[in-house]
Design a binder for this molecule. Structure first.
Ligand SMILES: O=C(O)CCC(=O)C(=O)O
Ligand SMILES: [Fe+2]
Length: 200
């Protein structure tokens, strides 16, 4: 795993983003899916913006989320410890100065989407690296639900689509890539979060 972590850090330097299939084993994906089932009643419709600017807008995003407590010892997979290990590598290898991370589970119902956006909030650009970890079972291209990452150069209009295969981890620099979630024909599950600097 540590070699994988170092390779991911290098790819983030080279490319600003990393697609890492098999970050979780199929068994680990199943365990986290079961955990989502257990907690599903506590999910809430996701919003956009922060604090006073926070609002629900189903024209922009249609997922339900459940924020995680970073001290949560009850997750069936030590995913928070792995994210913490990545956070430390970001600092020791890249000097990113990310003091913490925040994470939530997300469930997009069939037809759900998240329109093109940047993950940094307008008045609080503390998000440095975004991660998305897919928790889908037996996903196919035809199911849709791709993460569409718009490549750096806005004029070119080029993008890269990532299929949300269970166990795939995506990392990217939060201020660099606009992205969107394409509607899927099935429910689409993930854990998403941000490595962040502390707010000034
Ligand atoms: O689920 C994904 O692929 C991306 C989610 C996303 O862009 C977000 O929550 O900000
Ligand atoms: Fe996003």
């Amino acid at each position: 795993m540590l070699n994988g972590f170092n390779a991911a850090v290098q790819a983030l330097v080279d490319d600003g983003k990393v697609i890492w299939p098999g970050f979780l084993s199929p068994e680990e994906v199943q365990l986290l899916r079961a955990e989502i089932d257990l907690r599903r009643a506590r999910f809430q419709a996701a919003g956009i913006g922060r604090e006073q600017g926070y609002m629900r807008d189903t024209r922009i995003r249609g997922d339900d989320v459940l924020w995680l407590d970073n001290d949560d010892q009850t997750l069936p997979v030590p995913i928070l410890a792995r994210l913490e290990a990545l956070r430390q590598l970001f600092n020791s290898e890249l000097y990113l100065g990310v003091a913490e991370f925040e994470a939530h589970f997300a469930v997009y119902p069939a037809g759900g989407f998240y329109k093109r956006h940047l993950d940094q909030h307008r008045n609080a650009d503390t998000r440095v690296v975004t991660f998305v970890l897919y928790l889908n079972e037996d996903w196919h291209e035809r199911d849709g639900g791709q993460l569409r990452i718009y490549l750096d150069c806005p004029q070119s209009g080029a993008w890269q689509d990532v299929t949300p295969l269970g166990g795939t981890l995506v990392l990217f620099l939060s201020d660099r890539f606009e992205h969107e979630v394409i509607p899927a024909t099935r429910e689409r599950r993930s854990m998403t979060g941000w490595f962040r600097r502390r707010a000034m």
